[in-house]
Design a protein around this ligand. Structure first.
Ligand SMILES: C[S@@+](CC[C@H](N)C(=O)[O-])C[C@H]1O[C@@H](n2cnc3c(N)ncnc32)[C@H](O)[C@@H]1O
Length: 235
C-alpha cells in the first residue's frame, strides 16, 4: 500500500482519502494548529481581487476552500473521491450555500477548454499522478487571463524550521494513528511533502505547463506556500 501511495496511483490515493474522510477536518486542525483555516482565508483574500465569476475548486475534499470562497461568489467544487464530495455537499448545505459539487479527476477535468475564470487547488497537486499533466489540464480549463491559485505544504525555513520540520515529520504519524485509524495515510503525508517540488521549482513547472508569471508566497515560516499564476491573454 505504501509503495503504491508513493507512486501516486490515482486509485490508491482516492481510496486513501475515502478511508480518512470522517477525521480529515479534525486532523487538519490538529496538525496545523488551526493554521490551515487561515491559509485558505489568505487564498480567498487573494482571489477576491480578481474578476472571477466562474471559480473551480479542484481537489475540493470536504469543501473547506469552497466555504472560504463564499464572499467571492459561487464556487464549483470538484474531487475524484465521492465520500469527500458527499461531506463537502453536506457542509455547504449546512452553511446555507448551494452545493455545487461534482465528481471529476483533476487530470481529466470534465469542463470545456478556456471556460473557467479561476481555479483553486489546496493540498491537492502533491497527489497528482502526473504533476505536469495536471498543471497542463488546469491551464487548459482556464480562460485567457484566468488565475490559478495553488496552496500546498512545503518545507519550513528560518529559526523555527527545526521544530516545525520535526512536527511535520512525526505529528502526522502520531495523530494519524491515534485519531484517524489509518496510519498509512499519515505515513504518506510527510513523505509526499519531502519529495515534492516547492518554491521556484514548482513555479518553473507551472511556467512549463503554459502559465505566466508564477510566484510563490511562503506562509507560516514555509510550512505552506501559496502559488499563483495566470494564463496568458489571447494574443
Ligand atoms: C489533502 S485533500 C485537500 C482537500 C481540500 N482542498 C482542503 O483544502 O482540505 C486532497 C484531496 O484531493 C483529492 N484528489 C487527489 N488527487 C485528485 C485527482 N487527481 N483528481 C481529483 N481529486 C483528487 C483527494 O480525493 C482529496 O479529497
Amino acid at each position: 500500500v505504501r509503495e503504491t501511495l508513493m507512486a501516486k496511483q490515482g486509485e490508491q490515493i482516492r481510496a486513501m482519502f475515502g478511508r480518512i474522510v470522517d477525521r480529515y477536518d479534525l486532523l487538519n486542525r490538529l496538525l496545523s494548529g488551526g493554521q490551515d483555516v487561515r491559509w485558505r482565508r489568505v487564498l480567498a483574500h487573494r482571489l477576491a481581487s480578481e474578476q472571477a465569476s466562474v471559480v473551480l475548486d479542484v481537489c475540493s475534499g470536504t469543501g473547506d476552500v469552497a466555504l472560504a470562497l463564499y464572499d467571492t461568489g459561487s464556487t464549483l467544487a470538484c474531487d475524484f473521491c465521492l465520500p469527500m464530495l458527499a461531506r463537502a455537499r453536506r457542509k455547504l448545505i449546512r452553511a446555507g450555500r448551494p452545493p455545487l459539487v461534482f465528481a471529476g479527476d483533476a487530470l481529466r477535468l470534465p469542463v470545456r477548454d478556456r471556460s473557467v475564470d479561476a481555479i483553486t487547488v489546496a493540498f491537492g497537486v502533491r497527489n497528482f499522478e502526473s504533476l505536469h499533466g495536471g498543471l497542463q489540464e488546469l491551464a487548459r480549463a482556464l480562460r485567457p487571463g484566468g488565475v490559478l491559485l495553488v496552496l500546498e505544504l512545503s518545507r519550513p525555513r528560518g529559526v523555527l524550521a527545526p521544530v516545525l520540520t520535526w512536527w511535520m515529520q512525526w505529528g502526522p504519524a502520531l495523530l494519524g494513528r491515534l485519531v484517524s485509524g489509518d496510519p498509512d495515510a499519515y505515513w504518506y503525508l510527510p513523505r509526499s511533502v519531502a519529495s515534492f517540488p516547492e518554491g521556484d521549482e514548482l513555479c518553473r513547472l507551472m511556467a512549463r505547463a503554459g502559465l505566466e508569471s508564477p510566484r510563490a508566497t511562503r506562509l507560516c515560516g514555509g510550512v505552506a506556500t501559496l502559488y499563483e499564476a495566470k494564463l496568458a491573454m489571447a494574443g
